[in-house]
Design a binder for this molecule. Structure first.
Ligand code: HEC
Ligand code: HEC
Ligand code: HEC
Ligand code: HEC
Length: 138
């Protein structure tokens, strides 16, 4: 009985966390170019939640990954509470790609591999973001 109550509380707390994460993602329509000192391009379209639903990606750590010190990917850990720039500096460091390369390898890399999603500069770096329900949305 007591154990069940504790589990219920844990489940509810988990739901609240997931909802908070979902709310944060919903607001995201582009990747913040803030970390780049002097951005050359308009920010890349990325409607986090819609994108991942449309692309059928369910594991957060496909993008929010964690590696150990030897550079092995940790399959059951996620860095969704961190920004890419928290680990990826502007320049390459060792085997770790610099920030722009990290984005391009991650985003374009998957689009090329799956033959779906944009690979041309102007398809991601759009001067005008498409309307939320317009063509290209989600
Ligand atoms: C699949 C999407 C995608 C494609 C295709 C893409 N980029 Fe990016 N690029 C990004 C993301 C995401 C960032 C991170 C910051 C942002 O949102 O602009 C970025 C960052 C950059 C930056 C550093 C920030 C800045 O604006 O100076 C440059 C320069 C850049 N991209 C140039 C290009 C060029 C040139 C091409 C084509 C050869 C290209 N990108 C294709 C997604 C993309
Ligand atoms: C296709 C890649 C991808 C996947 C999959 C993904 N994310 Fe993200 N997420 C990003 C990128 C890129 C950012 C922006 C990071 C940055 O600016 O450094 C981000 C940012 C976030 C943020 C910060 C939100 C904000 O508005 O600033 C949260 C929270 C987050 N993701 C949670 C999640 C969770 C939870 C999942 C799994 C359900 C997930 N992400 C799956 C790419 C992804
Ligand atoms: C907790 C630190 C950390 C965070 C946060 C992080 N990375 Fe990484 N990333 C690494 C490390 C370490 C490597 C190098 C692994 C190795 O040694 O091969 C790496 C490698 C990569 C690579 C090349 C290998 C691969 O997986 O294709 C890409 C691309 C990449 N990161 C993109 C991203 C993007 C995009 C984000 C944000 C959504 C991000 N990373 C967030 C630590 C991080
Ligand atoms: C693991 C695979 C994967 C990764 C990583 C990924 N994408 Fe995608 N992306 C897709 C797929 C699949 C589609 C096509 C979805 C569909 O069928 O509508 C897509 C579609 C898109 C579209 C077109 C739909 C729209 O919202 O306009 C954009 C823009 C886009 N991706 C940007 C990005 C950016 C920016 C990143 C990196 C931060 C990224 N993607 C990372 C798989 C991925």
């Amino acid at each position: 009985m007591k154990k069940a109550a504790v589990s219920l509380i844990l489940i509810l707390a988990g739901c609240a966390l997931l909802m908070a994460a979902a709310a944060a993602q919903e607001d995201m329509v582009v990747v913040d170019p803030g970390p780049f000192e002097n951005p050359q391009r308009p920010p890349s379209t990325f409607r986090h939640e819609e994108h991942n639903l449309a692309a059928d990606i369910w594991e957060c750590n496909v993008c929010h990954h964690v590696y150990d010190e030897e550079g092995n990917l940790l399959d059951d850990e996620s860095s969704e509470d961190m920004r890419c720039v928290d680990c990826h500096f502007l320049e390459d460091t060792g085997t770790q790609p610099g920030l722009m390369k990290a984005f391009h390898l991650n985003c374009k890399g998957c689009h090329i591999k799956e033959a779906k999603g944009p690979v041309m500069c102007g398809e991601c770096h759009r001067w005008r973001q498409p309307a939320a329900d317009g063509p290209g949305a989600g």
